[in-house]
Design a protein around this ligand. Sequence first.
Ligand code: BG6
Length: 468
Amino acid sequence: MTFQKDFLWASASAAYQIEGAALTNGKGPSIWDIYSHVEGNTFKNTTGDVAIDFYHRFLEDIQLMKEQGLQAYRFSIAWSRVLPTGTGNRNEEGIAFYHTVIDTLLAHGIEPIVTIYHWDLPNALQEAYEGWLGREVVDDFHAYATLLFEEYGSKVNYWVTMNEQNIFTSLGYLQKLHPPKMNDFQAFLRANHHANLANAKTIKTYRAMGFHGKIGPSFAYSPAYAKSCAPEDVLAMEDALELENWFWMDTYVNGAYPILAVRKIEQMGYHIPMMEGDAEILQDSRPDFMGVNYYQTTTIAKEVEASIKPSGNTVQSTAQRPTDTWYRVSDNPYVQKTDWNWMIDPSGLRIALRRITSRYQLPTLISENGLGAYDTLEADGSVHDPYRIAFLKAHIEAMEAAIADGCEVLGYCTWSFQDLFSWLNGYAKRYGFVYVDRDEENERELKRYKKDSFYWYQRVIATNGQER
Ligand code: BG6
């Protein structure tokens, strides 16, 4: 058997993408509650106001998870549901809600994997000190995380500190695609440095509190290929590895920024705003695992002739980046693409797991992997999604090959269990095993329907990955 006995067959989600109840029962607004209401920021101006109403329908969803045999469910806590202004006064109803969700999961035999932060910063902190740009966010994040450990620490064995720090800092501060919609490399470095400090302090505190669960960040890892064996393309790829991958993962694992990335940043005329004591905060915060959100690979060239054709069904960035002079993202003619022009590349998952294992000697948790596609609900309530089954099967086989190569993988979270709100793609880009009957224009009754992939993953789980 390739998959160890306690391998976790799981699935994942995020608060803003499923909960709805945006301002219900004391929840404060997050930056996404504000951002998604500004015309043009999201696809067809969709919001997570209602999302798929997990806040009211969590029991039905957890019963479906149980029916499928799901062993773990990754979800995030909305900071502003627990602390409406990000700091200070607690919202007891919000705190109780997550107790209920966790207890319900446990009662159904499902291990909770809790993400502390999945992009929905309390808007009050954005207003008070510009959110991640304010140094105060480090202590506020740490206090919020400590509160979660006090409340839920005895029940939760897996914690993800931050979801895709590389994405929320890049899209928020460089590419103008997420709040606060900036294109400022120095601001990006500042926000990211604060996130690194918050992550490190949180991991240390979790351990100091005496818990024995596992904790780590989730990194959006798109392993880089060189476009060609021309030395300038290979060097461009090496630069991309430094600035797009090691810049984050080395800092998490080694507790210090990587030498080459720092030099490159200085050569571009920017700096990481280190203050006295920061080096010590970053040290000794090695995570228990590297969370890997894997969707696709990226192909790098010094100069680009053929860039990736943008999909019409999303919000696009046209912002320039200073790194453009070092490397560009190119098309990859060797792989198929999704309807949103994401590369379908199962081998990339194997490569991701191998690179992490050999560079860090750290276990991985695949915290997201899945296919966003259009689905059709048939008149009889069935949804036939062989393309999703084929995608997941190929990625499970790649993961199995990586395990045979020597990688330690704790579990596999598909993205996602239910269809949910996609930040920049509305509701038509579906990822779930469970179809949720709503679209951009109409929430309808949000009824749930099991897709063919629901039953397929049920078999995978029941046979510990042997039947797929
Ligand atoms: C990851 C995020 O980046 O990718 C998820 O952690 C997100 O929140 C997922 O939904 C898929 O991306 P998208 O843009 O297709 O929704």
